[in-house]
Write a protein that binds this ligand. Structure first.
Ligand code: EAX
Length: 323
């Protein structure tokens, strides 16, 4: 009896040592807090990876821009000093130009259209352009349709937005588009934004409801206009230093985990949109629900000439025609 207990004890001990010894910690960063849509997506990814690899991989999350802005985190993933980032496409076009086309304002009709494009051949083909730039794109997650907030006035039509100094992401496609509304675009990393709004360095900004909620912009912004002027995709990006060491089975686990993360993150975006606007109104924001969408689309025409030249009118039409 004693001998078998000894063997059992040793086996358990060795097993524990092995698992402790062979466990790899994955550092994952994102812009908003851990209960936000990025937090929900990242936690889902991490849970699935831990489960699928029998805890050989375990995440350590860095929410709330703890590791810097999205551009910095993407650079860290390229360098291998950060393992994963769950990021909007905001700065991504500066690393992988093929992404820029999906940042065109008023390109997507609604969430169903956007998700079909990202999960279909067009979106999946864009993911294949990342490895050449030293990044593994595990999949599309989601930031959401972006709306305008500011401290000066209600925005119904482009003329109301004209002259406002609005923070934008470091994204030329957005800036070129917003200029046609008469906005004075001020590119800025996300971690600086709350302070800039508080000090009045900028009049306003634009972000999806989940970000406006999670970042408590209602504390520093008076007006919210549901412009929905651009769909903001997001991505789960992995360092090749991690990917190249995975066996095929673990690569499959990581890829499947990214798919589940997208489902969870998209659900959180929809949930936040369903309840968040009333919450923001309760928190004191003046919400303009009906805006002159056609007016914004008409104003955007000169920028579309530039987009057609840069990305190909046929490529833009291919995206618009996805049903
Ligand atoms: O990805 O920079 C932004 O406005 C982004 O929407 C935010 O970092 C969440």
């Amino acid at each position: 009896m004693k001998f078998s207990k000894l063997i059992f004890g040793m086996t358990v001990g060795l097993g524990l040592m092995a698992s402790a010894h062979s466990q790899t910690i994955l550092k994952i960063g994102y812009a908003t807090n851990d209960t936000s849509h990025y937090g929900v997506g990242s936690t889902t990814f991490c849970d699935e990876v831990e489960k699928g690899t029998q805890n050989r991989f375990k995440c350590r999350q860095f929410p709330s821009s703890a590791l810097g802005g999205e551009r910095e985190m993407i650079e860290s993933v390229q360098l291998g000093t950060l393992d994963l980032v769950n990021t909007s496409t905001g700065p991504v076009g500066n690393f992988v130009p093929e992404v820029k086309i999906v940042d065109i304002p008023f390109l997507f009709r609604d969430y169903d259209h956007a998700r079909k494009v990202m999960d279909g051949p067009i979106g999946q083909d864009i993911l294949t352009k990342f490895p050449a730039k030293g990044i593994i794109a595990l999949g599309w997650t989601e930031n959401g349709f972006r709306h305008m907030t500011n401290n000066k006035r209600d925005i119904v039509k482009p003329a109301d937005a004209a002259g406002l100094k609005m923070r934008t992401m470091e994204n030329k496609v957005h800036m070129d588009g917003y200029k046609t509304f008469g906005i004075l675009p001020t590119p800025m990393a996300f971690p600086e934004l709350f302070g800039a709004l508080q000090q009045g360095t900028v009049d306003g900004q634009e972000n999806p409801i989940p970000v406006i909620l999670a970042s408590k912009f209602s504390q520093v912004q008076k007006h919210l206009s549901l412009t929905g002027h651009v769909y903001s995709p997001a991505l789960l990006l992995l360092s090749p230093a991690v990917w190249n060491k995975l066996n095929d089975a673990d690569k499959k686990v990581f890829s499947e985990a990214a798919k589940k993360a997208a489902v969870a993150q998209r659900k959180k975006v929809n949930d936040d949109e369903n309840t968040g606007i009333a919450q923001l109104e309760k928190d004191g924001m003046k919400v303009t629900r009906v805006v002159d969408g056609q007016g914004f689309r008409d104003a955007l025409r000169p920028a579309y000439a530039g987009y057609s030249k840069e990305f190909g009118a046929d490529n833009i039409k291919r995206i618009q025609d996805v049903k």
